[in-house]
Design a protein around this ligand. Structure first.
Ligand code: S3P
Length: 451
């Protein structure tokens, strides 16, 4: 392809992504390497910091969110090597040994950093911590973790009746509880389990549907004792384990793979091999949803890497069909709803996504933003209180759209733009670096855009 179709323009601190696909002949080809899993990267840094001895992390996501986690734990005494190579080492300081930081801890854009970290901070007696984040994070609900932590005896103050950051935490000796979470949230579950590490006895979390279980897997690998009851979606942790540093090999993030799975499915003549993708069953909702839509995806070279299942995914284009995505599958594809909405635009018939009201409190209100930005591109998409209704088959037209500083919105719109006639302008595209700093380079690579 001689003419550049993807052009990234920097304007002060913001980036504008311009995408002008050729009118015919674009197909995506090649082998794609995706960045490390964001959820596993955060957990490896945190558990490494509170374990004894050295943790070696291979394949850590070098995105903005894990950088926020690393900065926070450095400020509390953990020695973490620079996040500039695929191998990062953490010198742990031991359970209960986080130091009182000299300044405010800044979780940036990362809900996982703030919510998981709160469990640890609240359980460190006699230390005071202040935590904040960027404007998106400061508007996201923290009461979902503050309430159960308060039940355990935590002292936490924040704006809006103790529900929004900035937060002040006065560490306490906490007591174990059995928490019945009203939402299936891995961040809530993990926060309580991390707080439970420092209690005398057993702390249990029961959730209405199973959310991602990376914390459970990694806590056990570091030496904690857990009891898991899959019938009731309950997990129990025993307090005061001995945590020992480990080697963690982080698989590729299936949430990042999602962009290529959908792009290759909807662009005729495409075939991509996406290597080294984490296929933990609590994360593979996107594969099941695309299968319901008739996608052509095969899993090759399945293997287990430091406790997490991994495979290479081969995807070929094919005609998708509409379906309903609802119920217990939602927590297992929660971050993939924006890109699944793009897939639905190319499916025969209607796709309905329900039971996904949680999307309204992500990095942006993802239901409202996907509906508004895709409507600008000519899509037939209606916002529901807890989801989206999408009618496929209407060709997209180029438009000027915005990421609302949400990484997954920026990347989903970029994939939609590959199919739209004309030049799409995506404002605030720099958000992609939160979870996928190499996104634009890989987009160029799969489009054969050498310019
Ligand atoms: C995450 C859990 C999910 C997900 C987020 C990462 C985690 O959030 O959306 O991107 O690493 O635990 P919720 O727990 O709020 O559903």
């Amino acid at each position: 392809m001689s003419k550049s179709i993807i052009h990234l323009q920097s304007v002060e601190t913001q980036q504008i992504l311009n995408i002008s696909p050729p009118q015919t002949g674009l197909s995506l080809q090649g082998t794609v390497k995706i960045p490390g899993d964001k959820s596993i990267s955060h957990r490896a840094l945190m558990l490494g910091a509170i374990a004894e001895g050295e943790t070696v992390i291979e394949g850590l996501l070098l995105g903005e969110d894990p950088r926020s986690t690393a900065e926070c734990f450095r400020a509390m005494g953990a020695k973490i090597s620079p996040l500039n190579s695929q191998k990062v080492t953490v010198q742990g300081i031991g359970l209960g040994q986080l130091q009182e930081p000299l300044d405010i801890l800044n979780a940036g854009n990362s809900g996982t950093t703030m919510r998981l970290m709160l469990g640890l901070l609240a359980s460190h007696p006699d230390r005071l911590f202040c935590v904040t984040g960027d404007s998106s994070l400061r508007s996201r609900p923290m009461s979902r973790v503050i309430k159960p932590l308060q039940e355990m005896g935590a002292q936490i103050w924040g704006r809006n009746n103790n529900s929004l950051a900035p937060l002040a935490v006065k560490g306490q000796s906490l007591k174990p509880i059995h928490y019945h979470s009203p939402i299936a949230s891995a961040q809530v579950k993990s926060c309580i389990l991390l707080a439970g590490l420092m209690t005398e006895g057993k702390t249990t979390v029961t959730e209405p549907a199973l959310s991602r279980d990376h914390s459970e897997r990694m806590l056990q690998a570091f030496g904690a004792t857990l009891e898991i009851d899959s019938k009731t979606n309950s997990v129990t942790i025993n307090g005061h384990p001995k945590l020992t540093g480990q080697t963690v090999i982080v698989p590729g993030d299936i949430s990042s793979a999602g962009f290529w799975l959908v792009a290759a499915s909807i662009i005729k003549g495409s075939e991509l091999l996406i290597e080294n993708v984490g296929i933990n069953p609590t994360r593979t909702g996107i594969l099941e949803a695309l299968e319901m839509m008739g996608a052509d995806i095969t899993l090759e070279n399945k293997r287990l890497v430091t406790g997490e299942p991994v495979a290479d995914l081969r995807v070929k284009s094919c005609q998708l069909k509409g379906c309903t995505i609802a119920g217990d599958i939602i927590p297992r594809l929660i971050d993939e709803v924006p890109i699944l909405a793009v897939a639905a635009l190319f499916a025969d018939g209607k796709t309905i996504i329900k039971d996904a009201a949680e999307l309204r409190v992500k990095e942006s209100d993802r239901l409202a933003v996907m509906a508004s930005e895709l409507t600008k591109m000519g899509a037939k998409i209606t916002e529901l209180p807890d989801g989206l209704e999408i009618t496929g088959g209407t060709p997209l037209v180029a438009a000027e759209v915005d990421s609302y500083t949400d990484h997954r919105i920026a990347m989903s719109l970029a994939i939609a733009a590959l199919t739209a006639q004309g030049k799409t302008i995506i404002n605030r595209a720099e958000a992609a670096a939160i979870s996928y700093p190499e996104f634009v380079n890989t987009l160029k690579q799969v489009c054969g855009d050498q310019n």
